[in-house]
Design a protein around this ligand. Structure first.
Ligand code: PLP
Length: 397
């Protein structure tokens, strides 16, 4: 039977009949599970993947979340982690050995890159390529790892082509699918081996929890469970799993609203002469590529001010009140951020990022409210308020 995403999010695996009719499943806030007999204990311990033994293993509350995420992604198995980085580290620690190479495509989340730099100490190589994976494959390439859309310039790459390349060469393909969530993109159905999420973003959705997940074939996720989960120990607490299950209930609804709000804000941004470029997959030149692999758009976008630099960006951001200044994204609240710092302009240019790049996470507030807030930012640029660093700082709200 085929279930809709809405059914999976709202009902499936909650099993009220197993919990006295409770529609919201209980939180098994326990570190360990006890047994009637020593025989039963040793038997369970010999197959920890299948039995409740210790919460740094399988926990019934977390398992409900894992079952929902696996089915949403149309994967066989999911393992949840204490953070998105916990999930990403687990993949590399479980699937790589000394001498292996990882090929990265598209813009990659900074700490993922830092992790790979650290893994160089253990004899693991990596390199980056923008478009053509085929030409960048080495004899020792073990994983092709991508983000699509990326999360700074939101570029989309051809996932089916990458999955086919991986299959042809017997190389694992893994995608950080956090931007789209499984509601708008299901990479495993396109042939990817692993889909990864920071549950901290849209899936949690309320900016009150940190978590991660890996979804894929059973044998692969079991291997990640054994090494990258149990031994690295990045455990999602059952309490946090319950918060994320609650987030999932409204995920399909929230994603629709994030999309509608973002598209409305983009229409407004298009009218601003101060902007050199807007980045969002809805604006991608190759719309057939987007249509082939995505069914919708989240609310994370960025734009470039024509006149970049720290002072300009700070003047713009400091004038906003509804958008909060902060890291992360994907919550109910709108956020604003920029990669620019006082001294990193050259570094940004090297990475192909403009010095006037500003990122917006469009939340669930009314688009009119968001637009009027952004209007204040543009007004600040027009009014020649960017006189000196001191003045900018004194205007910080
Ligand atoms: N992947 C992407 C694209 C992210 O933006 C982030 C966090 O910002 C992560 C992974 C890491 O997730 P977490 O912060 O939950 O460890």
């Amino acid at each position: 039977m085929k279930y809709t995403d809405e059914q999976i999010c709202t009902q499936l695996f909650d099993s009220p009949s197993e919990h006295h009719g409770a529609v919201s499943p209980p939180i098994y806030q326990t570190s360990l599970f006890s047994f009637e007999t020593f025989e039963a204990f040793t038997e369970a311990q010999s197959a920890e993947r299948e039995n409740y033994v210790y919460t740094r293993g399988v926990n019934p509350t977390t398992e409900i979340l894992e079952n929902k995420l696996a089915m949403l992604e149309r994967g066989e198995m999911c393992k949840c982690f204490g953070s998105g980085m916990g999930a990403i580290s687990a993949i590399f620690h479980s699937l790589l050995k000394k001498g292996d190479h990882v090929l990265f495509m598209n813009t990659i989340y900074g700490p993922t890159q830092q992790l790979m730099e650290h893994l160089e100490n253990f004899g693991i190589e990596h390199s980056f390529v923008t478009e053509d994976a085929e030409s960048a494959i080495r004899p020792n390439t073990r994983i092709i790892y991508v983000e699509s859309p990326g999360t700074m310039t939101m570029k989309v790459i051809d996932l089916m082509k990458i999955a086919a390349t991986g299959m042809r060469h017997g190389i694992y393909t893994a995608i950080d699918n956090t931007w789209s969530t499984p509601i708008f993109q299901k990479p495993l159905t396109m042939g990817f081996d692993l889909s990864i999420h920071s549950l901290t973003k849209y899936i949690g959705g309320h900016s009150d929890v940190v978590g991660g997940a890996v979804i894929g074939k059973k044998n692969l996720v079991d291997r990640i469970f054994q090494y990258g989960f149990q031994l690295n120990g990045s455990v999602l607490s059952p309490h946090d799993a319950s918060l994320i299950i609650r987030g999932l209930r409204t995920l399909p609804l929230r994603m629709k609203q994030h999309q509608a709000n973002a598209l409305r804000v983009i229409e407004y941004l298009k009218t601003k002469e101060e902007i050199a470029a807007i980045h969002h997959p809805s604006l991608e030149d190759d719309s057939s590529l987007v249509d082939n692999q995505m069914t919708g758009f989240s609310g994370l976008l960025s734009f470039e001010l024509k006149e970049g630099g720290f002072e300009q960006v700070a003047a713009f951001i400091n004038k906003l009140n509804v958008f909060k200044i902060g890291v992360s994204w994907g919550g109910y609240e709108s956020l604003i951020n920029s990669p620019i710092k006082r001294n990193n302009q050259a570094e940004l240019e090297n990475q192909g990022m403009a010095s006037g790049l500003i990122r917006l996470s469009i939340g669930l507030e009314s688009p009119e409210l968001l637009i009027s807030d952004l209007e204040n930012g543009f007004h600040a640029l027009k009014k020649d308020e960017i006189l000196s660093k001191g003045e900018v700082a004194s205007e910080t709200k």
